[in-house]
Design a protein around this ligand. Structure first.
Ligand code: ZN
Length: 113
């Protein structure tokens, strides 16, 4: 899985932010995760606990906001949610689609003290 490197960079970012704000401890981190990223909460929690152990982020809680995967048909110009890995347009059954939502992965905000 790719969660370990994702969590590494998120943690680095969180620690940088905390340092800039002279924080002594990170209480919680609010993450926005697009469903298309395939990132699993359990894996993120696991790696976060493991990687943050000796940092000021140790014990921080992670809150998740999920963004559903959304596609757009280039022919009909309609938006539709990705369901069961079916990438065809529900209008024209065509395959000329692009991903317009669900790739998000970022820290929305965090609580420090
Ligand atoms: Zn279409």
């Amino acid at each position: 899985m790719h969660e370990q490197s994702i969590v590494e960079s998120l943690l680095r970012l969180a620690l940088d932010n905390a340092r800039k704000g002279d924080a002594r401890k990170i209480i919680s981190i609010h993450l926005v995760v697009g469903d298309y990223t395939g990132v699993e909460e359990d894996a993120v929690n696991f790696y976060f606990g493991f990687l943050s152990k000796d940092t000021i982020a140790a014990g921080a809680r992670i809150h998740y906001t999920h963004v559903p995967a959304q596609l757009r048909c280039r022919d009909c110009d309609i938006l539709f949610p990705l369901q069961k890995r079916d990438y065809r347009c529900p209008e024209c059954a065509g395959g000329r689609v692009e991903i317009v939502g669900g790739r998000e992965l970022y820290i929305e905000n965090m609580k420090v003290e």
